[in-house]
Design a protein around this ligand. Structure first.
Ligand SMILES: [Fe+2]
Ligand SMILES: [Fe+2]
Length: 301
């Protein structure tokens, strides 16, 4: 029997009322709101997000992984709306979230901001208390490992950083989960390997993360941030692993911008080996629906 895991990212929930940028004024927020009004409002459509949610629910996955950028400028009102949206989307048991740079766009006190999404970021067995990263959630023989790269950035920057604490705690976790026989899924907003994003948008410690993943191994890395379909294989001590990037879950197809997408993974252990398939779903503007491609075996090229 397989375990099915849906992956989506970069919802960028809209619309974004201009007034929200002025509450608890910060220059970066204002620039972000202007950017949204000028460009992003045409690139992210809430109706497509609603269709993505329906499409994911219809697939009845065992679990949903959401790799961040639910919000746009981290306005306080966005956290309230985001929490309501998350509550309708999935239970804290069946949906796991890691934040993106737009969920920490400016410095917001944790109790007014990210704590709203803590039910979906709590490690197993933790009911309340401070958020801890990496977090681990075990579902059947699949381990979901949540990392945060969300740190407020300078104007015009959209990078991310894991930092020493997470980089220090990740290796023993990966090792222990492998020895317990889990399929290890690492969830991270930014692309995890060097060179997968422009310097302005990149993970600053991607080289350190890559070294850990190669040394300790993992089976699958899920990420967003680039708003496009990506598949990057790399060798690890425990065999080949793949980083899969997904298009924005609200993306309108325009120019070089990819239509919205989400992925469904089916993971199973067969004859002592892991086997996983990926079924990509993309928004079809002509039919106003998400269309699924044929399931494809996840295997190195
Ligand atoms: Fe994004
Ligand atoms: Fe992002």
């Amino acid at each position: 029997m397989h375990f099915s895991l849906a992956h989506l990212s970069d919802v960028h929930l809209g619309p974004l009322p201009a007034a929200w940028a002025f509450h608890n004024f910060k220059l970066k927020r204002l620039i972000g709101a202007a950017n949204w009004a000028r460009k992003r409002r045409n690139l992210h459509n809430p109706d497509i997000t609603a269709a993505a949610v329906d499409s994911i629910h219809a697939a009845r996955p065992n679990h949903i992984a959401f790799t961040g950028d639910l919000l746009n400028i981290s306005a306080l009102e966005e956290f309230t709306r985001g929490q309501e949206w998350m509550e309708k989307f999935g239970s804290s048991t069946d949906l796991s979230f890691v934040p993106g740079n737009h969920d920490a766009y400016v410095k917001v006190p944790i109790e007014e901001g990210l704590v709203r999404f803590s039910p979906w970021m709590m490690a197993d067995g933790v009911k309340d208390g401070a958020l801890q990263f990496p977090y681990v959630r075990l579902r059947r023989n699949v381990a979901l490992i949540g990392l945060t790269t969300a740190l407020p950035q300078a104007l015009h920057k959209a990078g991310g950083t894991l930092g020493e604490h997470q980089l220090g705690n990740l290796p023993p976790l990966l090792e222990s989960l492998q020895s317990q026989g889990f399929y290890r899924v690492v969830m991270i907003h930014h692309p995890p390997l060097p060179g997968l994003a422009s310097p302005r948008k990149a993970l600053t410690d991607a080289a350190e993360l890559q070294a850990i993943l190669k040394d300790k191994g993992c089976e699958l890395v899920l990420h967003g941030h680039n708003h496009r379909t990506m598949e990057n294989w790399f060798e690890t001590r425990s065999g080949p692993a793949v980083a899969i990037g997904v298009a924005s879950a609200s993306g309108t197809p325009q120019g070089h911008h990819e239509a919205a997408g989400w992925n469904l993974f089916r993971i199973r252990r067969q004859h002592g080996r892991w086997q996983a398939t990926i079924t990509r779903h993309h928004w079809n503007a002509a039919t106003g629906r998400f269309v699924s491609a044929r399931p494809a075996l996840l295997s190195p090229p």
